[in-house]
Design a protein around this ligand. Structure first.
Ligand code: CAP
Ligand code: MG
Length: 417
């Protein structure tokens, strides 16, 4: 097949095709259609030269039937349909090696970005999807009427297991629902996994007794896959409800393995996306929307999707688009968007104004940098959420909530948009 054989602008995708939206910037001297054709070829059955097997007749007809079809080219936006037979349902690494593999290295493109993937029902149903989803998580924590809250102790790494658990006691006592490990805290010699798990869950139980509120702990099990399975087993044995996994650095195959393990163990998965920005920012790579689409199929319950107004880059349009997808009806449970990164109580009203309240609001420095300590910081977060939910001006509300007043004194606030 010649490259341009992969272009068929009359083609209408079949119900069981996977449709990918690419943004294609051709290299100098290459037309957009030629570049698009090469993307279609290299991501499905072709290469740089015709081979006998692709000659018309016999095998060639079969190969042609399963080849990718470039069916829409509008400006730099290119839509490509991939027949189901190209893929192994249930095998995410193989699917991504096709639609997000060699093509990014082709000299024929100056830049290339996979913006969005529409998976057909046959592919969607070959994956587990989320075990709990938003509804299941809200039920687990018995929180229906407000945003969920989480906090990650800071410094990120360096506290001993006992010191970490003590900070957990403070933030849980201050009203935060979820204590969270940082993405690079796993099992260092000064804070071993099992020791931190035991001591933190002991504090969780203590706070639940004292407050009557449900609390949980997002312990980071990120490691080699066999070790993650052992750690997840430990979490279940000790009565934890969640594991946290750095889904990009562990890889999609490992995440699939852990989704299977968590099904049997009854554990929810909190997905941290550290390393995503190596390929999701700017014009070359794979969008965070596609990361979210893939993560939902494999089956995470919560995933970081950005804040728009915090310390890490993400446009309003992008974050809203991802969060809308995570809640959309695709035959799988929904996924809780996590807003995190550079947030403090003074930003909460604007955050909720932009993203709505059906999110998890995570504060690390915005709690542990509070002038009166972590428990006061946690109280200030809950007070800011209460103020925003009851539509009372934050400064007004802070007049009889001293922890919030101290946070506003220190960091100020932004007016809701
Ligand atoms: C936030 C955080 C999270 C980032 C991840 C950090 O801490 O713990 O890992 O939010 O980024 O290490 O920066 P702060 P994203 O609350 O102190 O900023 O949520 O964009 O994936
Ligand atoms: Mg972190």
């Amino acid at each position: 097949m010649e490259y341009l054989d992969f272009v068929d602008l009359q083609y209408t995708p079949r119900e069981d095709d996977t449709v990918c939206l690419f943004r294609v910037e051709p290299a100098g001297g290459i037309s957009l259609e030629e570049a698009a054709a090469r993307v279609g070829s290299e991501s499905s059955v072709g290469t740089w030269v015709k081979t006998l097997a692709t000659e018309a007749g016999g095998v060639g007809d079969r190969i042609n039937r399963i080849s990718a079809k470039v069916f829409e080219v509008e400006g730099n936006k290119v839509k490509i349909a991939y027949p189901l037979q190209l893929f192994e349902p249930g095998n995410m690494p193989q699917i991504l090696s096709s639609i997000a593999g060699n093509i990014f290295g082709m000299k024929a493109v100056e830049s290339l970005r996979l913006e969005h993937v529409e998976f057909p029902p046959r592919i969607v149903e070959s994956f587990r999807g989320p075990k709990f989803g938003v509804e299941g998580v809200r039920e687990m924590l018995d929180v229906e009427d407000r945003s969920l809250t989480a906090s990650v102790p800071k410094p990120k790494v360096g506290l001993t297991a006992s010191e970490f658990a003590d900070v957990g006691y403070q933030v849980w006592s201050g009203g935060v629902d979820l204590l969270k490990d940082d993405e690079n805290l796993t099992s260092q010699d000064f804070n071993g996994f099992k020791d931190r798990l035991t001591k933190s869950l002991r504090m969780r139980d203590k706070v639940e007794r004292e407050t009557g509120e449900r609390k949980s702990y997002l312990i980071n099990i990120t490691a080699e896959t066999g070790e993650m399975e052992r750690r997840a087993g430990e979490v279940a044995d000790q009565g934890g409800e969640y594991v946290m996994i750095d889904i990009i650095t562990v890889g999609w195959a490992a995440l699939q393995t852990m989704r299977e393990a968590c099904e049997d163990l009854g554990l929810a998965i909190h997905a941290h996306r550290a390393m995503h920005a190596t390929f999701t920012r700017k014009s070359h790579g794979v969008s965070m929307l596609v990361v979210a689409e893939v993560a939902r199929l494999v089956g995470v319950d919560q995933i970081h999707t950005g804040t728009v107004i915090g310390k890490l880059e993400a446009s309003r349009e992008e974050v809203l688009g991802i969060n809308d997808f995570l809640r959309s009806p695709i035959g799988l449970r929904t996924v809780f968007p996590v807003a995190s990164g550079g947030l403090h109580p003074g930003l909460v009203p604007e955050l909720l104004e932009i993203l709505g309240t059906d999110i998890v609001v995570q504060l690390g420095g915005g709690i542990h940098g509070h002038p009166d300590g972590s428990e006061a910081g946690a109280k200030a977060l809950r007070q800011s959420i209460d103020a925003a939910t009851s539509e009372v001006d934050l400064w007004e509300y802070s007049k009889d909530h001293r922890e919030l007043a101290a946070a506003l004194e220190q960091w100020g606030s932004t007016k809701p948009v």
